[in-house]
Design a protein around this ligand. Structure first.
Ligand SMILES: Nc1ncnc2c1ncn2[C@@H]1O[C@H](COP(=O)(O)OP(=O)(O)O)[C@@H](O)[C@H]1O
Ligand SMILES: [Mg+2]
Length: 370
């Protein structure tokens, strides 16, 4: 989708280049985080994509097209842009601010009005209440939501976001991050997102580009960056507690294991055979292949010779969902005093199981920094 080839940016002939022979490939529908210390070239890299800054040498392609050949005004109409201080026009209403690009694109008034309301709702801002307000009447978080709405207005395939939540307090920032991830699941934009906050990069990114002195130090998924930092610079950026960070990132669906089903009429001996052939220590027990009665564990089977599992089946109890983070599962295990938790998806169906051992295994390869 977006491709950098040996891109260099020199602000002054004598100086070190701000961006130095950068090669980068950003996939369609991905959130790509540019992260690194202040002055490492993140903003410069981003601004070369919409030609707010002209590359000194090298090529940038969008969808295979060399952007050098695209008119910058036209290019920018198809690239949403969100910055830290929102850049909202203070004299215009919220609706007028959001409508900027659609207006430039010549949409008719009705279509613009509908789109503005739709976006305000998407951003959880009541259109009735916010449409006619001015930016100064809004809180920082609300202004930033409007900034995002404005960037999305004409439905551009690409969004550039330069520390968009950087000026917000931690609670508001966390809320906007969550909201934005939820929205992105629906809209699937290709997003380049600049941050100096590694935790934000780990949370938001499908891919992370770690930069230093205008160069890429590491490119990978958040779990790759956490589990195999390329060098001491990346390790230091990640900081301590990388195991805990990994557990915050990984979800039950990443590690859960399937559990075999047996009928309530299955004998203990048959059930033991099934359990030994599987790689888990629990079986689900159903009635007529339909109704889930609960589970039996290997320990329960050993204690209940010459019975059928329906005699001693236990209820499933509290479950996690496939999207529950490992951190939350661990905390549930502590709260419930259990070493296993079942994972259930839709309609109470049980999809798998996560054990304390699974949690340990998931993060064990990842203790370089702790
Ligand atoms: N307009 C400019 N003129 C000269 N130097 C600049 C200009 N903008 C940025 N720089 C320099 O380029 C380097 C990269 O800056 P920038 O891309 O803004 O970094 P980041 O966004 O990672 O903080 C820095 O050394 C910065 O001082
Ligand atoms: Mg910057």
């Amino acid at each position: 989708m977006i491709k950098f080839e040996k891109v260099v940016k020199r602000y002054n002939d004598k100086d070190q280049p701000a961006v130095d022979e950068l090669d980068l490939h950003i996939g369609k529908g991905e959130i790509c985080m540019l992260v690194g210390p202040s002055g490492c070239g993140k903003t410069t890299t981003m601004k070369m994509i919409n030609k707010l800054i002209k590359a000194t040498s090298g090529k940038i392609y969008i969808d295979g097209q060399d952007i050098e050949k695209v008119d910058p005004i036209k290019l920018r109409l198809d690239i949403g842009y969100v910055i830290q201080d929102t850049g909202l026009f203070p004299h215009m209403t919220i609706a007028e601010n959001i409508a900027t690009v659609p207006q430039e694109k010549g949409w008719d008034r009705n279509k613009i009005r509908n789109r503005v309301d739709e976006l305000l709702e998407l951003m959880d801002l009541d259109p009735e209440n916010f449409r006619d307000k001015k930016p100064k009447d809004l809180s920082g978080g609300q202004k930033q939501r409007v900034g995002v709405a404005r960037a999305l207005a004409a439905d551009p395939p690409i969004m550039l976001m330069d520390e968009p939540f950087g000026a917000l307090d931690p609670i508001t920032r966390g809320k906007l991050q969550d909201e934005f991830l939820r929205i992105q699941e629906k809209i699937g934009k290709t997003i380049v997102f600049v941050t100096h906050d590694i935790d934000e990069a780990l949370k938001m990114g499908d891919k992370i580009v770690v930069m230093r002195d205008g160069k890429v130090v590491q490119f990978g998924s958040p779990t790759e960056i956490l589990s195999e930092p390329a060098d001491d610079f990346v390790s230091e950026l990640i900081g301590g507690n990388s195991n805990l960070k990994m557990m915050k990132l990984m979800k039950c669906k990443d590690i859960m294991r399937e559990i075999p089903y047996v009928e309530a009429t299955t004998t203990t001996e048959q059930a033991l055979k099934v359990i030994k052939e599987s790689d888990v220590n629990n079986l689900l027990v159903t009635e007529h292949g339909q109704k889930l009665l609960g589970y039996v564990s290997i320990g329960m089977l050993y204690r209940n010779e010459n019975k059928i599992v329906g005699d001693f089946v236990r209820p499933i109890g509290e479950t996690a969902t496939p999207k529950t983070t490992l951190q939350d599962v661990l905390s549930d295990m502590f709260a419930l005093g259990r070493k296993t938790i079942f994972v259930s998806g839709m309609k109470g169906r049980v999809d798998g199981i996560v054990t304390m051992d699974d949690l340990l295994k998931a993060v064990r390869d990842d203790d370089q920094t702790s």
